[in-house]
Design a protein around this ligand. Structure first.
Ligand code: ADP
Length: 452
């Protein structure tokens, strides 16, 4: 096991990693920007190092500063969390060159999955079902028009280097395709410095269902079921649950085993998520995230497995401590992402939390790094915390969620709590009847009190 882990992140995920390290008896080093000097992860770590000014590029993304922090503190491993450097293959390689362990998969796997075209090619080779589309990047408008004609409209133009829903454009007819390609290319160039785009069949009303996997890099890999993350706004997940209300046990085990088998073949190491769109009983691979995800707690709640502890153990060289048969699914879990944003206009609302009270009781978990009197800086993402509930059935989880949301108080800033209080009372949500467009439709139909 490691002596000391440096956590190259902030906010709730830094705290989450810190907790896992403490349970494993490993010392922790927090790093922080000057905007985060009062942050909770700095207060709770064994040691802390300031790594730069507020701008992420100069602090949380500053590789020389992170290496220096390891040198000063003697940390022998880095956990990158999510975002920032978590899916940067070059970072993983640089750490290896300095004899520091990157708590995550092999650089090679990060690189493959970071390129969506390469990822899809690999997925197809490993027997994972994919969305029909172009084999690789599209070279010409003529080729794209021909392919789209064969697939049938609507089609989706996607950036190879994509992320966060950027560089994606729908074309509903051949007249719309050239413009969709041009705008997707321009957006991709601006956002990622790479204008390669590819084509996919556009699915009209899919659900977003993703499979959590865990590998030991030695050919062992298991799946921990799925998460349904269909409730999204601007391609950002808002509410996640497990199991998916749309799947039965046989479907769950079938897609899970396809993913686990693929990861065994790849000799994948650590935690990963294979994301699918699901429509009319079929799964279509869209991408793989080679890191811990924001919504990982719902899986932890229904399996009792600490995913971050498992990431650390595997990175330290242990084989998986469990087999597929040891993974037992129990009950239902739901997560709501509480953001510092107005619940109807979604305007960011950084500022000082005047009063803070978190819900508790049976089956309630709050993963957050804020506290009363804490000033949320404007420099980073707007996540205040995640409310996760667990129940024996989906109905019990919903009942607890309703109760927990009513107990949750965050004063002084706007949050998305009122949105969740309303969602949990809507029949479509109660019945699990939603696709990836449900939330946008709901919001644009003015379904929410106080909508602009
Ligand atoms: P990103 O990495 O930018 O988040 P993804 O490929 O994960 O891109 O897609 C993000 C979201 O875009 C999906 O969750 C889904 O809502 C939508 N999407 C992606 N591909 C398709 C498709 N072929 N048809 C319909 N919607 C899609």
């Amino acid at each position: 096991m490691f002596d000391k882990i440096l956590i190259a992140n902030r906010g709730e995920i830094a705290l989450r990693i810190l907790r896992a390290a403490k349970e494993l008896g490993v010392a922790t080093v927090a790093v922080y920007s000057t905007a985060d000097k009062d942050a909770m992860h700095v207060k709770l770590a064994d040691e802390s190092v300031c790594i730069g000014p507020p701008t992420a590029r100069d602090s949380y993304l500053n590789i020389p500063a992170l290496l220096a922090a390891c040198e000063i503190t003697g940390a022998d491993a880095i956990h990158p969390g999510y975002g920032f450097l978590s899916e940067n293959a070059r970072f993983a390689e640089i750490l290896a060159e300095h004899n520091i362990v990157f708590i995550g998969p092999k650089a090679e796997h990060i690189r493959i999955m970071g390129d969506k075209i390469e990822a899809k090619r690999t997925a197809r080779r490993l027997g994972i079902p994919c969305v029909p589309g172009s084999e690789g990047a599209i070279d010409s408008e003529k080729q794209a028009l021909k392919l789209a004609n064969e697939m049938g409209y609507p089609v989706l133009v996607k950036a190879a280097a994509g992320g966060g829903g950027r560089g994606m454009k729908v074309a509903r007819s051949k007249d719309e395709l050239p413009h969709a390609i041009a705008t997707a290319k321009a957006e991709a160039k601006a956002a990622f410095g790479d204008d390669a785009v590819y084509l996919e069949k556009y699915l009209e009303k899919p659900r977003h269902i993703e499979v959590q996997i865990l590998g030991d890099g030695q050919g062992g890999a298991i799946h921990l079921g799925e998460r349904d993350c269909s409730l999204q706004r601007r391609h950002q997940k808002v509410w996640e649950e497990s199991p998916s209300p749309a799947l039965n046990e046989a479907q769950r085990m079938e897609i899970g085993e396809i993913c686990a088998k693929a990861m065994r073949e790849l000799e994948y190491s650590g935690a990963g998520t294979i994301e699918f769109l699901y429509e009319d009983g079929k799964f279509y691979f869209i991408e793989m995230n080679t890191r811990i995800q924001v919504e990982h707690p719902v899986t932890e709640m229904i399996t009792g497995i600490d995913l971050v502890c498992e990431q650390i153990k595997v990175a330290a060289g242990s084989p998986l401590s469990m087999t597929q048969k040891d993974v037992k699914f129990f009950g239902h879990a739901i997560e709501c992402r509480v953001n510092a944003e107005h619940h109807a206009t979604f305007r960011p609302s950084p500022g000082t939390i005047a009063y803070y009270h978190t819900p508790g009781g049976v089956g309630v978990r709050v993963d957050s790094a804020v506290y009363q009197g804490y000033a949320i800086p404007p420099n980073y993402d707007s996540l205040v915390g995640k409310l996760i509930v667990h129940g024996r059935t989906r109905n019990e989880a919903l009942m607890r969620l309703r109760r927990a949301l009513d107990e949750f108080i965050v004063d002084g800033i706007d949050t998305t709590l009122p949105l969740f209080r309303q969602l949990v009372r809507i029949p479509d949500i109660q019945n699990g009847l939603y696709d990836i467009h449900w939330l946008e439709r709901f919001l644009s139909s003015g379904g929410l009190d106080g909508a602009a």
